[in-house]
Design a protein around this ligand. Structure first.
Ligand code: HEC
Length: 124
């Protein structure tokens, strides 16, 4: 009797398990691709900027709350990539006026550098 019950439980477990797999795989795949780091690593600087809030304060040509990417590109050069990348992550103020730049602690150094490289490439 006990064995039969066990077999029944096992059977139910296997059944529900395989059923779960077949229904959850597509949903899980789309969920992980939206947040996973390897997928993000394939993005270019301007694509990373699109996934973040940068465009709320910056545009390529016009000064908004923050300086335009062109202005930043004219002020800085390749040797400032490190500095600007940490400014994106840590935030800061006092370079362009009284308004502070928002911090982005969720951004990796690598992604921040890619964004800086994109911004610096906007120099005409
Ligand atoms: C809440 C508005 C806001 C958001 C959001 C924002 N910025 Fe800024 N950003 C600013 C302001 C204001 C400044 C000027 C800060 C200063 O005067 O030091 C600035 C400055 C900068 C600078 C120049 C830093 C310097 O020291 O000259 C870079 C590069 C930059 N932002 C990139 C970005 C990127 C990339 C993002 C998105 C991850 C972003 N910003 C999001 C407002 C913002």
């Amino acid at each position: 009797m006990k064995k039969l019950l066990l077999a029944g439980v096992m059977g139910f477990f296997i059944l529900s398990c395989s059923k779960k797999e077949s229904t959850e795989v597509p949903g899980m795949a789309s969920e992980t691709s939206a947040v996973s780091e390897p997928a993000k690593a394939a993005l270019s600087g301007d694509q990373i900027i699109e996934t973040l809030d940068c465009s709320g304060c910056h545009s390529v040509n016009e000064r908004m709350i923050g300086p335009s990417y062109k202005e930043i590109a004219e002020k800085y050069s390749e040797k400032d990539i490190e500095l600007l990348a940490s400014k994106i992550i840590e935030g800061g103020s006092g370079v362009w006026g009284g308004v502070p730049m928002a911090a982005h602690p969720q951004v990796s150094k690598e992604d921040a550098k890619k964004m800086v490289e994109y911004i610096l490439s906007q120099k005409k």
